[in-house]
Every structure is written in structure tokens, then in C-alpha cells.
Design a protein around this ligand. Structure first.
Ligand code: PMP
Length: 396
């Protein structure tokens, strides 16, 4: 039955992890996968998460099925984070939110719903984009194309190219936008550029799908949600996927969400009913634990304040590492101006290194980034930074 089955290529990022695990270099550093590690190189277990779990252990509960759309308190907390608890969309009840299996699950439920709604629509993703965007929307049945984004020569965003592509897209085209902390480049567009994107999306009748996997990692929770607010202010209806994998350091719990902003409450009810069908026919209903932890933290003022503090510490540490990288590369003899690294935001840096240089970094120094030159600066720490700088200096 399986003789004709071909071997699929390895996932480019998870494949790197396997290679890293097998590497015997004692100095090896994994900057490949998008995971935040603390200054000791450890995956953090946030105190707010531990406190919520301890509270939950005091009154253990049986594990029935959750509703198809997940924990009500969780969905409400997501709405508050994405739109603002007192915002008009939340107050008027016109947001349909479902608990999803990670940000990936939110994207997939949205993609399945969109495919039924508008089967002929094309999907536009940024060039480059998170590795899984293309595959996920393709697997949902869409033809996926890209809009220009990264400008290697100018070390920034090719905004004119991006805008031109949006303006040229047929009405109904789904446009996937990184709400903040663009993965993989680390370059975000400015607030003024967002205004122009919103205006183009509105004028051309495009369908915005904001992917918010790093809310809180850029400038702050509210600041990072500013793009969402701009779409709301423009009177548009749109999709937002949320991931708590990074912001709660709950990668393996698979906690995410999808929110769809509708015209009114009645419409949100109809949309929610369709999202539930997408969930029911994929995996029936979400798991309990991760969503319960996030709901408990966000619903308790003290734990929420603790979370915001811990999230802020992660954000500040990443920025400090960016600066250390720039300084360290200079000290290691790199003549090129590398200060662009501090203008990037979020967990990643497009280093501008070539595939050959990235391969050398990996093979000769055990420093792992992707072939595209992407490095996860959130995995740098005070112990590995000098070695990483010296290694990069040797391949440049
Ligand atoms: N979107 C983007 C842009 C991401 O970087 C990621 C995570 N790497 C996701 C979605 C998926 O998040 P999750 O791991 O929660 O499924």
C-alpha cells in the first residue's frame, strides 16, 4: 500500500534541532529554533504559570470534554488582550474567539473556514514568512503567493513593493500580516506604514489575517497590538491568530486562539458556529491544561501583573542581547556596521549572512541558525555571546 510513498523533506527548522542534538561540539549553540531561553540557557517555567498550576493542584478537577470553542474565560481573556477588554468590539460582542491548538491551530481553523467561505480566493504571505504559512494555507486548499517584504540591500522592509503588491491583489485576497515581531526577518513596518497597509486593504477589499505570535515581545502588550487597533479603527472585519507559546513559555501545551472581528454580534454568532465546525471535524475540541493556566493567570490581577513583569524581563533581555551582539561583533573585528541588529525586533535577526556562511557556522563552530541567515537572538546569553560573536567574525 505504501510502496509509492515518497520520503518528505525534513522540516527545515525542526531538522536543524535534530542535527544540533547529534552535534558533539561542546561549545555548540542553537540559534535555529524560535524558542526563548534565559541567561542560563534554560527554557523558563514562568512563576505566574507555576503559581496558577499550584492553585489548580489544590482543587484538582476531573477532565471532561471542553466545549468545541474552548474555555469561556480563556476566550474572553484572549479578546481582552487582542482588542482591549473595554474596546467597542469586545463590549458589543462582535468578536468570535475560539481556543486553538497553538497559534498554528488558530491559523488552520481560520484557513479552513475561509476556504469554505471563499474557495477561489488567493492567499498572500510575506516574502519571506514563517516557514509554515505557505504549507498551512496550501494544505487548506489555497493557492499561496507572496508579497515583497525583505529588502536585503537596504536591510529593512521593501515597503513600496509590499504596498504595490497589495494594491494589485484582486478583491477577496487573503493577506497574512505579521502583527508584530516579523518572523523571520525581525523587521516590522512603522505605524505610518501600517496606516497605508490598512488603507490599501480597505480600498481593495482584501481579507486581513493578522498573525500575532509574539504579542509582548516587541515593545509591550498594548504597543504590539497597535496594528490590530488600526484595523478596528478603519471599520474592517478581519482575522487574528494568537499564540501563547512564547509569551507564556508554554510551547508544548499548545495554547493559541483565533479571533474573528465581525460586523455585529449576530454575525459573530454565525461565524462562531462555522469555526466550531472546522474544529469539530479536525480535532473535536481543545485540550484543557494550557488554556486553563493562561485563563487563570490572565483572570487574576496579581498573577497577570506577575506575567507582565516576566514577559517584560524576557523582552528586555532579548534587547540587551541584540546590543551585546552588535558590540561583540565589533570587538571581534567585524568591520561592517552591524547596528541594524538593534533596529530589528522580537526573537529573530536576519543576520544578512549567506547560506555558505551559515553552513560554515554550523559545521566548523557548532553555531546553528537557518540557511537563510536567521538567528534566534532569544537564545543568546552572557555565556555563549562571546563565542557566537567570535564564530560569526571568522565566517564574515
Ligand atoms: N506564527 C508565527 C509567525 C510563528 O513564528 C509561530 C511560531 N513559531 C506560529 C505562528 C505558531 O505558533 P505555535 O507554536 O503557538 O503554534
Amino acid at each position: 500500500m505504501f510502496t509509492a510513498v515518497e520520503m518528505a523533506p525534513r522540516d527545515p527548522i525542526l531538522g536543524l534541532n535534530e542535527q544540533f542534538a547529534a552535534d558533539t561540539n561542546p561549545n555548540k549553540v542553537n540559534l535555529g529554533v524560535g524558542v526563548y531561553y534565559d541567561d542560563n540557557g534554560k527554557l523558563p517555567l514562568l512563576q505566574c504559570v507555576q503559581a496558577a498550576e499550584q492553585n489548580m493542584m489544590k482543587a484538582p478537577t476531573a477532565r471532561g470534554y471542553l466545549p468545541i470553542d474552548g474555555i469561556v474565560a480563556y476566550d474572553n481573556a484572549v479578546k481582552g488582550l487582542v482588542f482591549g477588554a473595554d474596546s467597542e468590539p469586545v463590549q458589543s460582542g462582535r468578536v468570535a474567539t475560539i481556543q486553538a491548538i497553538g497559534g498554528t491551530g488558530g491559523l488552520k481553523v481560520g484557513a479552513d473556514f475561509l476556504k469554505k467561505l471563499n474557495p477561489k480566493a488567493k492567499v498572500l504571505i510575506s516574502d519571506p514568512s514563517w516557514e509554515n504559512h505557505r504549507a498551512l494555507f496550501t494544505n487548506a486548499g489555497f493557492e499561496v503567493e507572496s508579497y515583497p517584504y525583505y529588502d536585503a540591500a537596504r536591510r529593512g522592509v521593501n515597503f513600496d513593493g509590499m504596498l504595490a503588491a497589495l494594491n494589485a491583489a484582486p478583491a477577496g485576497t487573503v493577506v497574512v500580516l505579521h502583527a508584530c515581531c516579523h518572523n523571520p526577518t525581525g523587521y516590522d513596518i512603522t505605524p505610518e506604514q501600517w496606516d497605508q497597509v490598512v488603507a490599501a486593504v480597505k480600498a481593495k477589499g482584501l481579507v486581513p489575517f493578522l498573525d500575532m505570535a509574539y504579542q509582548g515581545f516587541g515593545y509591550g502588550l498594548k504597543e504590539d497590538g497597535a496594528a490590530v487597533a488600526k484595523f478596528v479603527d478603519a471599520g474592517l472585519t478581519f482575522f487574528v491568530s494568537t499564540s501563547f507559546s512564547k509569551s507564556f513559555s508554554l510551547y508544548g501545551e499548545r495554547v493559541g486562539a483565533l479571533s474573528v472581528l465581525c460586523e455585529n454580534k449576530e454575525e459573530a454568532g454565525r461565524v462562531l458556529s462555522q469555526l466550531k465546525i472546522a474544529i469539530r471535524t479536525n480535532y473535536s475540541n481543545p485540550p484543557i491544561h494550557g488554556g486553563a493556566v493562561v485563563a487563570a493567570v490572565l483572570g487574576n490581577p496579581e498573577l497577570r501583573a506577575l506575567w507582565e513583569k516576566e514577559l517584560g524581563e524576557m523582552r528586555v533581555r532579548i534587547k540587551a542581547m541584540r546590543q551585546k551582539l552588535v558590540d561583540g561583533l565589533k570587538a571581534a573585528g567585524v568591520k561592517e556596521d552591524m547596528s541594524f541588529i538593534t533596529t530589528q525586533i522580537g526573537m529573530f535577526s536576519y543576520s544578512g549572512l549567506s547560506k555558505d556562511q551559515m553552513v560554515r557556522l554550523r559545521n566548523e563552530f557548532g553555531v546553528y541558525g537557518t540557511d537563510t541567515g536567521r538567528m534566534c537572538v532569544a537564545a543568546l546569553n552572557s555565556k555563549n555571546i562571546d563565542y557566537v560573536c567570535a564564530s560569526i567574525a571568522k565566517v564574515i
